[in-house]
Design a protein around this ligand. Structure first.
Ligand code: ADP
Length: 257
């Protein structure tokens, strides 16, 4: 599969410095931030020294997902990431009070991103970046500044999400960022009442789209009430035990092979 070998080689080449993995999506609300958080935790559990940049300027979710909503401190004008669940975390959300709207135009947003990238990452070798959805200014500055070694694309199985996921893949390809693969989220749901499986967002769409575009398919995660509840409570499921933690560990391992 074009892209995947390159991505894997890049991910193992951490000796040359920090390796950046961008997590993107075409649409919002598909679980990109949830996936970025839990991949970061799973990678840390596999022994990687992991940092996480929440670059989702207009909807920073990472402080919530990690239960780390305190403001970021700075030393000598350099931001210091907060440690949570074995991950060093920095978010645009830690620069302003929670619930505050960031009415930033492109240059200000890019300035804030630069501060996050140039923060005191210490011994972190692998930096996961939670990008905003879509293909705009912030994604472009981040790609230019951080030069990701690989990109992971998150999509639900439905057509509306897949069309935009294809656009996100196109942006990475145009900017020469290897695509590590596509993850299908919210794929299937087991009814808690009757036990029957159903597919609110369809089935297999992301895998088929990955195949069509010639990029790797990394795996799927079901729609899960317990995953949502743990995430809302600031307990990344990847840090626990059980099926969600195992699924995230599997996905993380695929990035490291
Ligand atoms: P995005 O970053 O793409 O906007 P989020 O990660 O913020 O999406 O997820 C949007 C919402 O969906 C959140 O409330 C999150 O907890 C929930 N969610 C994400 N993935 C799942 C899943 N597999 N099962 C249930 N809820 C999920």
């Amino acid at each position: 599969v074009p892209g995947i070998e390159e991505a894997r080689i890049a991910l193992t080449a951490t000796k040359r410095g920090r390796t950046v993995v961008a997590v993107g999506s075409g649409k919002g609300g598909v679980g990109k931030s949830t996936l970025a958080a839990n991949l970061a935790v799973a990678l840390a559990r596999l022994g990687q020294k992991v940092g996480l940049i929440d670059a989702d300027i207009y909807g920073p979710s990472q402080p919530r997902l990690f239960g780390a909503t305190q403001r970021a401190e700075a030393k000598d004008k350099q931001l210091i990431p907060v440690e949570a669940y074995g991950v060093k975390l920095l978010s645009v959300g830690q620069l302003v009070a929670e619930g505050t709207a960031l009415a930033w135009r492109g240059p200000m947003a890019s300035g804030a991103l630069n501060q996050l990238i140039d923060a005191d990452w210490g011994d972190a070798e692998l930096i996961v970046v939670d990008l905003p959805p879509g293909t705009g200014d912030v994604q472009l500055s981040l790609i230019q500044k951080a030069r990701p070694a690989a990109a992971v694309i998150v999509s639900t199985p439905q057509d509306l999400s897949l069309i935009d996921a294809a656009r996100a893949i196109d942006l990475f390809e145009k900017t020469h960022v290897p695509i590590a693969g596509v993850i299908e989220n919210m794929a299937g749901y087991d009814c808690p009442h009757c036990g029957q499986p159903s597919d609110p967002f369809g089935h297999g769409g992301a895998e088929a789209e990955a195949k069509r575009l010639g990029v790797a398919f990394l795996g799927r995660l079901p729609l899960s009430a317990s995953l949502r509840e743990a995430s809302d409570a600031g307990n990344p499921p990847a840090a626990g035990e059980g099926p969600a933690a195992a699924a995230f560990a599997d996905l993380a391992r695929k990035l490291l092979v």
